[in-house]
Design a binder for this molecule. Structure first.
Ligand code: MG
Length: 353
């Protein structure tokens, strides 16, 4: 029996995780947390808001599913990794903002880190058991979001409702806007760097509109392994929660007889600059990825509230990254401070955009 602590129980990942847990006799929900919605009775231990590590201390779970949105998920990520408690990580922002701290806590703790991000779950499955020197590169696929194929000029007046209409994935508002700007793929690039220990030059991003291939790993002999499946988050959630058993899910097998078209294209970095900005922030390292994430969180919130135009999201992040003073990110205080500083700068930039 695996006792699970589900953080972010009322979001899209949280609701699908509850379905997986309920369907699997070896999984037990020991604790659940939400940001603000009441969840009385959902689990033996529940918490709404506050410091989620208090709930984890009380619950002492076997697995933490961290599905908190944004930087707020960081303490729970570090708590799990430091203690060697298996971490199913849907909160990619914590690994982006504090990648070096998180990976050193992971090494010390010695537990499992199982990404609940479809591309990274797929990549982990393709990479498992392979010698690092045989891996040439990892290819992350991106649907391209609702605005794929549009020019910059055509994005000046798009609304939050248009940005929230994702063509292939049904997800929460923050990540859906991130998919429309390609910031999500930028966050995933940094996430992959820390998860798999790959250099940034070894991580490619390709547009793949149907989201059927989730990731592809190229090896030095010219072979490539790809991971296929319908875009359904229940697959990576179930994979992480039932690892290494790969339990059955209700997701249907790929219907190859009805025709499967595999279309790939290079991303349009001019129209969607956040992908290139994330890559640069990742390469700069230290607190730059944290600042990228913080500025993006502020800008997405401003866009969703109607205070910032769509193109203002990338402009806010770019200006913030140009203004911050990068630092090494040696401890949690430095990361928390870098996050706060980047948020202040981004708020100011967004207010004048
Ligand atoms: Mg993803």
């Amino acid at each position: 029996m695996k006792r699970i602590a589900l953080l972010g129980a009322t979001g899209s990942i949280g609701r699908q995780a509850l379905e997986i847990i309920a369907a699997h006799p070896d999984l037990e929900l020991a604790a659940a947390a939400s940001g603000s919605q009441p969840i009385d009775g959902l689990a033996p231990l529940t918490q709404v808001g506050g410091d989620l590590t208090e709930l984890l201390e009380r619950a002492q779970p076997d697995v933490v599913l961290n599905a908190v949105v944004g930087f707020a998920g960081l303490p729970a990520t570090l708590w799990s990794l430091e203690r060697g408690v298996d971490l199913a990580l849907a909160n990619k922002e914590s690994l982006v903002a504090a990648g070096e701290l998180a990976t050193s806590a992971w090494r010390r703790g010695g537990g499992r880190l199982l990404p609940v991000d479809s591309e990274h779950s797929a990549a982990q499955q393709c990479l498992e058991g392979r010698a690092p020197e045989t891996v040439r590169s990892l290819v992350l696929t991106a649907s391209g979001g609702p605005f794929r194929g549009r020019s910059r000029e055509e994005l000046g007046d798009v609304t939050p409702a248009e940005a929230l209409a994702h063509p292939t994935w049904n997800m929460g508002p923050k990540i859906t806007v991130d998919s429309a700007t390609l910031a999500n793929k930028g966050l995933e690039l940094i996430e992959a760097h820390f998860l798999f220990g790959l250099d940034y030059e070894q991580i490619e991003v390709v547009i793949h509109p149907t989201s059927t291939v989730h990731a592809l790993v190229r090896f030095r002999d010219g072979a490539a392994l790809a991971h296929f499946g319908y875009p359904d988050m229940r697959v990576p959630i179930s994979f992480a929660l039932t690892y290494p058993d790969r339990a059955a899910t209700p997701v249907p097998p790929l219907d190859l007889a009805s025709g499967l078209t595999l279309e790939f294209a290079a991303p349009d970095l001019e129209t969607f600059p956040l992908l290139a900005l994330a890559r640069r922030a990742g390469e700069q390292g230290g607190t730059y990825p944290c600042a990228f994430n913080a500025a993006n969180e502020v800008a997405v919130a401003a866009f969703l509230e109607g205070r910032l135009p769509f193109l203002g999201i990338a402009e806010t992040v770019e200006e913030t990254l140009a203004s911050v003073e990068g630092a090494p990110a040696r401890n949690l205080n430095e990361v928390v401070e870098a996050n706060a500083e980047a948020r202040r700068l981004a708020e100011r930039t967004a207010a004048t955009a």
